[in-house]
Design a protein around this ligand. Structure first.
Ligand SMILES: Cc1cc2nc3c(=O)[nH]c(=O)nc-3n(C[C@H](O)[C@H](O)[C@H](O)COP(=O)(O)OP(=O)(O)OC[C@H]3O[C@@H](n4cnc5c(N)ncnc54)[C@H](O)[C@@H]3O)c2cc1C
Length: 357
């Protein structure tokens, strides 16, 4: 065994490490080669300890949450991969500061006008008059479980994100959207471990939230926990949203990574006189690519913004379909689509199509 592995294992005796763990088992799409070294951490303290040891030993480290938004190369990931399942919830008594939510690009809102997608406006409502409550949650918490646990305790606000496969940390990294809401509306601050191994707390206005974007796209920090500003709201109404929205979200293909590209901007939509900025609409109705297969990877016929693994698809198959969509949109509409997923373990030249085309 390499010396860095031996040293890490000795420094963290309470954590179980595995060599060459298949990461396909840890992604929703079921694709991904092995992690050179892998562990699952179950508490914030354990996560901090392993991360600090890895920083000290200069081991390249990747954190995975639910694995719902990450395409992992067939060759796998070098260094250490940590799957974070730390999920403690701490309800605080202090009053939150006023929300610092900023206005974010409206293209997600407009996308719901695609009549084949779940419609959100019928169940949306405003909770801002309700009493506020502040909750600290570890970043590995499974979002669907967290939402249910909070609502059962009378704490509402996150019901809009029902059925989104995500860890809370992953949800913050990509500022997930549910209907007309972004999770950034509910974030007060985030505690991170930075590249020097130091923990620090960042307030919401330092997080650079945007459409599918936050500072964690470039900062190389690990999110340990998230402070949420929620409501003592209408428990029954929130539960009804969970029920209704779950039913609608079931239409989305689960063995996937969600939408693979961001929707086009409202300006691009207007320029092209399209009825919606939805990528699913472009791919299906304008390019007629739904159902296109490479190996076992297929552009979903149910929702053409998703690429599904119908059996034993490889990352190479998946990436090739991504390239086909990217190239077709560029040729027909002159637009360079931005991926909505993360790539791990790929060489820069394998991803060059994203910037070159
Ligand atoms: C069926 C389906 C439906 C979906 N529906 C939606 C939807 O409605 N709205 C939406 O916005 N998204 C949706 N998605 C996309 C996905 O659920 C979100 O992007 C989610 O945020 C991914 O979280 P995750 O924990 O799985 O992240 P992962 O895939 O595990 O990680 C994503 C990135 O975040 C990094 N990361 C993870 N945890 C941490 C951490 N603690 N600290 C620092 N970096 C971290 C990873 O290294 C990686 O770069 C859907 C996906 C699927 C498969």
């Amino acid at each position: 065994m390499n010396s860095w592995k031996t040293q890490l294992i000795q420094t963290c005796p309470d954590t179980t490490f595995r060599e060459n763990e298949s990461l396909a088992h840890h992604t929703t799409v079921g694709i991904g080669g092995p992690a050179e070294l892998f562990c699952i951490v179950t508490s914030k303290d354990e996560c901090t300890k392993v991360l600090q040891a890895a920083v000290g030993l200069k081991i390249p480290t990747t954190v995975l949450g639910w694995g719902a938004n990450t395409l992992i190369a067939d060759r796998g990931i070098a260094g250490l991969v940590i799957k974070n399942t730390a999920s403690e919830i701490r309800v605080l008594t202090e009053q939150p500061t006023a929300s610092s939510a900023t206005a974010i690009d409206a293209r997600w809102k407009a996308a719901t006008s695609d009549s084949r997608m779940p419609q959100f406006q019928d169940i949306d409502y405003d909770e801002n008059d309700a009493e506020r409550v502040v909750v600290d949650v570890d970043a590995g918490a499974a979002l669907p479980v967290l939402i249910q646990q909070l609502v059962q305790r009378g704490i509402t606000g996150l019901q809009w994100f029902t059925k989104i496969p995500a860890s809370l940390g992953g949800a913050v990294v990509n500022n997930i959207h549910g209907g007309t809401h972004y999770i950034s509306e509910f974030i007060a601050s985030v505690t991170v471990l930075d590249a020097s191994g130091t923990t620090q707390t960042l307030s919401a206005d330092q997080l650079e939230f945007g459409y599918d974007y936050s500072r964690f796209h470039h900062s190389n920090e690990f999110i340990l926990s998230v402070r949420l500003q929620l409501f003592r709201g209408d428990q029954q109404r929130a539960q009804q949203v969970i029920t209704d929205w779950s039913r609608q979200k079931q239409k989305q293909p689960a063995r996937s990574l969600g939408c693979v590209f961001q929707n086009i901007s409202v300006e691009e939509q207007a320029q092209l006189s399209l009825p919606t900025p939805s990528i699913g609409y472009l791919v299906d109705q304008k390019l007629h690519l739904a159902g296109l297969r490479i190996g076992d990877a297929e552009i979903s016929q149910q929702h053409a913004a998703f690429i599904v693994n119908t059996g034993a698809a490889t990352a190479t198959d998946y990436l090739e379909l991504l390239k086909r969509i990217h190239a077709a949109v560029k040729v027909k509409f002159g637009i360079s689509l931005k991926p909505e997923i993360f790539f791990k373990g790929f060489k820069p030249e394998e991803l060059a199509f994203i910037t070159q085309l």
